[in-house]
Design a protein around this ligand. Structure first.
Ligand code: FSX
Ligand code: SF4
Ligand code: SF4
Length: 312
């Protein structure tokens, strides 16, 4: 008898898990689904809270993480990793939430991870992004990241906005939007920082990097501060349409089922990520299947990829 997932997607739970297993790289997500490993992580990570703060973003990074299907990433985050603060999913709000945030940071000084989502606006003393208030004093994203990052054991810049400034730092940038590493450097803060770009990043990249950080330390990073585990391979070099590119068989319209999509604006040749094998939407598809790669994980995104519909 077909299970629920088969009915919805035509892919059985078994073949879905096989897909995930087959596409995971290194400490892939499939290994994290192993119950023995989850139990081990549960013990090891219970005392390691993750505080997730949000600045200039669209919340897509949180949604990407929580959107995973089977098993849910939300389960892993809430039961395995001690996610203590995330404005999108937590129930508490206002001054109580802020007090709790600072109390956890104090209690676990040097041992918690700070996850930053969204860029940090630095113009006008950071007043373009007020993230809370305590004792009638407004707290800017700048203040929050500066204070918490200095006390954190590690920092994760989640999403291209947090990693490099992304969309808020695109041409114009009146708010002085800045990526986390640049911001921390400007403040002399040296806490180890890992970039997990993507607009939004794949849930596996977020959880995989976090678990690596907590169990094995900082993963190997490339020049752009990204784990090579997930961002070490060029999309074009591994694209299933590479043969068509080599043959000069080019797609002319997006609905063309065949052909290399370079003439339609594909930025695969300038982009490093494992989307071609990990795939998105629970392993169902990826950008090049339906559209083009717009280079969303690259430091120059979006200006460097624009216009999206023209070849690089
Ligand atoms: Fe940026 Fe996150 Fe793009 Fe959005 O909040 S990485 S705009 S998908 O989601 O920060
Ligand atoms: Fe390269 Fe994009 Fe063409 Fe694939 S579709 S071969 S990534 S240019
Ligand atoms: Fe981003 Fe390209 Fe991967 Fe799509 S295929 S998620 S645009 S890096």
């Amino acid at each position: 008898m077909k299970d629920e997932q088969t009915k919805k997607t035509g892919v059985s739970r078994r073949s879905f898990l096989k897909t995930v297993t087959g596409t995971a790289a290194g400490i892939g997500i499939s290994q994290m689904f192993n119950p023995a490993l989850i139990q081990a992580l549960e013990k090891g990570l219970k005392r390691h809270p993750v505080l997730w703060v949000q600045g200039q973003g669209c919340t897509g990074c949180s949604v990407s993480l929580l959107n995973s299907v089977e098993p849910t990433i939300a389960d892993i985050l809430l039961k395995v990793i001690s996610l203590q603060f995330n404005p999108t999913v937590m129930a508490s709000e206002g001054e109580i939430a802020m007090e709790n945030l600072y109390a956890i940071a104090k209690e676990y000084k040097g041992r918690f991870s700070l996850a930053v989502e969204g860029a940090i606006p630095t113009a006008a003393d950071g007043r373009y992004c007020i993230v809370g208030e305590m004792r009638h004093k407004e707290i800017t994203m700048m203040d929050l990241v500066q204070e918490l990052a200095a006390d954190a054991g590690s920092v994760l810049a989640i999403g291209t906005c947090a990693a490099y400034g992304g969309i808020p730092a695109a041409e114009g940038n009146v708010t002085g939007a800045t990526g986390t590493m640049d911001f921390l450097k400007s403040k002399g803060i040296t806490t180890p920082t890992v970039n997990i770009p993507g607009c939004p990043p794949h849930p596996d990249w977020i959880v995989g990097s976090l678990v690596h950080l907590l169990t094995k330390g900082v993963p190997e990073l490339d020049d752009a501060g990204r784990p090579t585990l997930f961002y070490g391979e060029n999309i074009h070099d591994n694209c299933p349409r590479l043969d068509m590119y080599d043959e000069g068989e080019m797609a002319e319209i997006l609905s063309d089922p065949k052909g290399c999509r370079m003439d339609l604006g594909c930025k695969g040749p300038d982009t490093y990520a494992d989307c071609y094998k990990r795939k998105w939407n629970s392993g169902m598809n990826w950008c090049v299947d339906n559209s083009v790669c717009i280079g969303c994980v690259e430091p120059g995104f979006p200006d460097g990829s624009s216009p999206f519909y023209e070849p690089a």
